[in-house]
Design a protein. Structure first.
Length: 95
């Protein structure tokens, strides 16, 4: 069992406090920005975290796919995850 709890990721007050300010290279590369990312096959509890003011400035020269630029507060691709009481706010992605 893994527990991720009571963390502040980013800033509650400062805009773009976590800022992926440049586009990924080479052209067409993916650029992901995650507050909390789980890729392991475990049992997790993610609770009472604040994830705020993330900015992903990836700007492709042409629109290919929204999967080229992904911003997420909490992402999990494997395992069993329990989410409880997390706050995710004011994040920005390519527009």
């Amino acid at each position: 069992m893994v527990t991720i709890t009571n963390n502040l990721i980013g800033s509650s007050l400062t805009a773009n406090s976590i800022n992926a300010s440049n586009a990924a290279t080479p052209t067409g590369a993916f650029q992901y920005l995650n507050g909390i990312l789980n890729t392991g096959n475990a049992t997790l509890t993610i609770s009472n975290n604040i994830i705020a003011n993330l900015n992903n400035a990836y700007a492709p020269s042409s629109f290919v796919s929204t999967s080229n630029s992904i911003t997420s507060g909490i992402s999990s691709t494997f395992g069993t995850v329990t989410l409880n009481g997390n706050t995710i706010r004011i994040y920005r992605d390519w527009e």
